[in-house]
Design a protein around this ligand. Structure first.
Ligand SMILES: Cc1cc2nc3c(=O)[nH]c(=O)nc-3n(C[C@H](O)[C@H](O)[C@H](O)COP(=O)(O)OP(=O)(O)OC[C@H]3O[C@@H](n4cnc5c(N)ncnc54)[C@H](O)[C@@H]3O)c2cc1C
Length: 566
């Protein structure tokens, strides 16, 4: 499907909106000059437009299939994957000592989003490998790093994450996969995992599974879980794929979308595994992978939204129904409303995603606790809002197409079907919201208040030139602060009824802030008009959302299970 990577928009955001200059100003990322980053994004954009986007439809029409225990991927996916790997795009943030480029996470977030917009199902493969590399860099032994990282970074091998079991989805601690200690220091891993993305494929020579399992003396719950590296082929003495491990793909799921991504039921039958991190402390290492993947999945949502938007805009420019000044339906007020809303929300979600990535980079470059807390605060928002925008924008994309949106040939429905899962996997968006109001406010709201201080200070600075926009953003930030204070005062269990509306209100306010910054940098142009639209028409949604949060969970939990069934 035609797709044009939004490189100029990323450049604008990095230069004017999300404070990337602070990252480029650090010693660690000193090489990330505007020229260098611009060149990287342009090259990645070409790969997306010319190689990956033409594969998107293949994945939908010709799903991955299981043949004699081996996954065969959609036509062209192996070549597309090779182009990603040969271009060095699998892991551009990885450590140079293992073959990575050591680039900022902000740059890889932009690249991931563009690849997702071009072909979501294929991009999920390197996304998972990136998360695995991050987990190994932080938690693996030097020996394991030396063996696995170069192969994963080069893309010769791919990485997966294995948490989910039939009875253990959001409740990871309920898993029943077991690990036994072998005499030679390895472990025997046994159990069944479901929904494992890219659990096998014909695009790499080995697949490295990170598997959560419990040792015999592991406590129940998440505290007693350990993490194991379980490769499809055991590395031989030279580090090449050797004999097959005792694991297999039992079946592939038939899904609503994302057909090009093989979603596997995996069986581990005393498979040889190596411990990652410490025994019983596997969730810590897995969380490194999950946090990495949460930001990337948020970027997947935005990428799919961008693809759906471009598709809808092209249709609205061509399709004629009744007289409009431009000729096409794009001239009708309601179609204009949909397209403007889509574009404004994509901007807001993209800015939040990049701001989260900037915080991660600053945390890594400066080891500052404040940046670490900022990154932790923004991660669930970037994941949930990015994927919600993916869903709402692709749904609007169908609506812009009218009946043709409901007909598969146009491709509008594929964006919607493909992106729908992003709000479910990598921790559902409900779980993200609980993380935000729970764990991320355990500092008494300090990190959130610090961010609100910055938003208000920026609005103050904008008051002279853009009084209406600045005033609206300042007021919204202050309302959010008041609700935040109320939320922090509540007991943990009481907060959850308002978790999802709180996360969305937070995202709305952040969106207002970033739109305002864009308007300040582009006071006469497209960004100014988009900011006017967002701040007057979309930002006010925060008022209703905050009212839901303030209402507490009383009226919610008063609806009994019997009421629901009545
Ligand atoms: C296409 C696809 C690919 C996937 N890829 C992978 C993968 O590569 N590796 C992997 O390990 N897993 C993978 N998953 C699994 C995915 O992460 C889980 O589906 C997800 O975590 C939700 O778990 P569940 O499906 O068991 O739903 P459940 O946990 O049963 O949730 C059902 C509903 O209840 C809500 N809920 C559950 N618990 C709570 C709670 N405590 N409080 C409030 N609400 C709650 C949820 O938000 C959700 O709305 C994939 C899933 C799909 C569909």
């Amino acid at each position: 499907m035609p797709y044009t990577a939004p490189v100029p928009e990323f450049t604008f955001l990095l230069d004017h909106v999300v404070g990337f200059d602070a990252v480029a100003g650090t010693e660690r990322y000193g090489d990330a000059s505007p020229d260098m980053v611009g060149a990287v994004l342009t090259e990645a954009g070409k790969l997306c437009d010319e190689v990956l986007a033409p594969l998107n439809r293949n994945g939908d029409l010709h799903p991955a299939r299981l043949e004699n225990g081996v996954v065969r991927t959609s036509p062209g996916f192996a070549e597309g994957y090779r182009a990603i790997a040969d271009g060095g795009w699998v892991a551009i943030t990885a450590a140079p000592e293992y073959g990575g480029m050591g680039l900022p996470v902000t740059v890889s977030t932009a690249v991931n989003e563009m690849m997702s917009g071009a072909c979501l199902a294929l991009q999920l493969n390197p996304l998972l490998t990136q998360g695995q590399i991050d987990a190994l860099e932080h938690h693996a032994s030097d020996e394991m790093k030396a063996l696995y990282l170069p192969k994963l970074i080069s893309g010769e091998w791919a990485g997966t994450m294995n948490l989910t079991e039939p009875q253990a989805g959001s409740d990871v601690g309920a898993l029943s996969s077991k690990a036994e200690r072998n005499d030679d220091g390895t472990y025997a891993v046994t159990g069944q995992k479901i929904f494992i993305s890219w659990g096998d494929g014909d695009v790499t020579e080995n697949v490295c599974h990170l598997v959560l399992a419990r040792l015999p003396d592991g406590k129940p719950g998440t505290k007693g879980i350990s993490l194991f590296m379980v490769p499809k082929y055991l590395p031989d003495a030279q580090g090449n794929p050797g004999v097959a491990n005792s694991l297999k793909v039992v079946s592939l799921e038939h899904k609503m979308g994302l057909h090009g991504s093989p979603t596997c039921v995996m069986s581990y039958e005393g498979a040889t595994g190596w411990l990652v991190g410490e025994e019983h402390d596997g969730m810590r290492a897995m969380f490194t992978m999950m946090n990495n993947a949460r930001l990337s999945v948020g970027a997947q949502g935005i990428g799919a939204a961008e693809g759906a938007y471009q598709h809808a805009l092209a249709y609205a420019l061509e399709r004629k129904q009744g007289p409009t000044p431009e000729g096409g339906i794009v001239g009708h007020a309601d179609v204009r409303r949909m397209l403007a809303g889509m574009k404004a929300d994509i901007f807001a979600a993209r800015a939040i995603s990049l701001a989260c990535a900037v915080a991660i980079d600053m945390s890594r470059a400066t080891e500052s606790a404040e940046w670490t807390a900022r990154a932790a605060l923004l991660t669930p928002i970037a994941k949930a809002f990015g994927t919600d925008v993916g869903i709402s924008v692709s749904e609007q994309g169908v609506q812009v197409h009218g009946g043709m949106g409901y007909v598969e040939e146009t491709g509008a429905a594929q964006f919607y079907r493909d992106v729908r899962v992003t709000a479910i996997y990598e921790g559902t968006n409900g779980i993200q919201a609980m993380d935000l109001v729970g764990r991320k406010l355990m500092d008494g709201g300090e990190a959130a208040n610090r961010l609100l201080d910055e938003i208000e200070a920026n609005a103050e600075a904008a008051r002279a030139s853009l009084p209406d926009l600045a005033g609206a953003v300042w007021d919204a930030a202050e309302s959010l602060r008041e609700t935040l204070d109320g939320l922090v005062a509540q007991k943990m269990g009481e907060r959850f009824g308002g978790a999802v509306p709180f996360l969305r209100a937070f995202a709305r306010v952040l969106g207002g802030h970033f739109h305002l910054r864009a308007a300040m940098a582009d006071p006469e142009g497209t960004h100014r008009r988009l900011a006017d639209f967002y701040i007057t028409r979309l930002l006010p949604e925060h008022t209703g959302l905050l009212a839901q949060v303030s209402a507490g969970d009383e009226t919610l939990m008063a609806i009994t299970t019997e009421d629901l069934a009545a």
